[in-house]
Design a protein around this ligand. Sequence first.
Ligand SMILES: *[C@@H]1O[C@H](CO)[C@@H](O)[C@H](O)[C@H]1NC(C)=O
Ligand SMILES: *[C@@H]1O[C@H](CO)[C@@H](O)[C@H](O)[C@H]1NC(C)=O
Length: 221
Amino acid sequence: MAAARKRWEALIRDQKVKVLTPKEAGYAIKLSNKTLLDVRPSTEHNKAWVKGSVWIPIFDVDDSSDLGTTSKKITNFVMGGWWSGSRMLAYDKNFVSNVEEKFSNDTDLILVCQKGLRSLAACEQLYNAGYRNLFWVQGGLEAAEEEDFQREGPQPFKLAGIGGMSEFLGWTDQQRTFGINQGLGYRLVFTGRLLGLIILADALFFGSKQFGPWLQQLQSH
Ligand SMILES: *[C@@H]1O[C@H](CO)[C@@H](O)[C@H](O)[C@H]1NC(C)=O
Ligand SMILES: *[C@@H]1O[C@H](CO)[C@@H](O)[C@H](O)[C@H]1NC(C)=O
C-alpha cells in the first residue's frame, strides 16, 4: 500500500494525471463534453450515478464461490461486514481492455469512484496502457455536493458507499452529516428501525439485562 501511494503521488506530481474537484469535473462534463468514467463496484453504482457517465468497474463484488473465497467472505462478514455492509471485492483483470474497447488512448477521460482511491488506481493502469488525457476526481462522489453533477438513482452520492446494518440504522457518519439538513421524519425512520431491532433482538437473543451493555458496545463501534 505504501509503495502504491508513492507511485500515485508521483503520477499527480508529474501531472501525468490531472486533478479535478467534483465541481470542476461537473463543469468539464457539461461545458466541454468530456467523458466521466465511473469505476465503482455495482453495489455503489446501483445507488447513485452521474447522468451520462460510463460505468466500467475496476473492482466488483466477488461472485466466485470456491472454497477459499467463501471462507474469506464469511470472515469478512464476521469481522464487521454485517455492520458496514462492505462486501468482498475482486479486481477485474479485464478493466483496461474493457476501457480500450470503448475509448481510444487519446480520449479525455475523467475517472471517478466513491472516495477517490480506486479511481486513482484505475488512472495508473490506464496511464500505463497508453492513455494520456486522464483526469482524476479528488475525493470521489462522496466529496461531491448534490448540485455538482446531475444524479440518477435512488440515493444521494454521499450515501452510495455505505450499507449493512449501520446504514439501516442511520449510524454512518455520512448519514449523520446528511441528516442534519433533513427534517425530523428522516431521523424518525431510523429511530423506528432501532426500536424494532431492539425488540426483535431482545426477543431472539438476549435477556433484557445483557442487552444494555451490548448496545453500548455497538454504539461505540
Ligand atoms: C458530445 O459527445 C457526444 C458523444 O461523444 C456527441 O454525440 C455530441 O455531439 C457531443 N456534443 C458536443 C457539443 O460536442
Ligand atoms: C495510442 O494508440 C495508438 C493507436 O493504437 C498507438 O499507435 C500509440 O502508440 C498509443 N499511444 C501510447 C502512448 O501508447
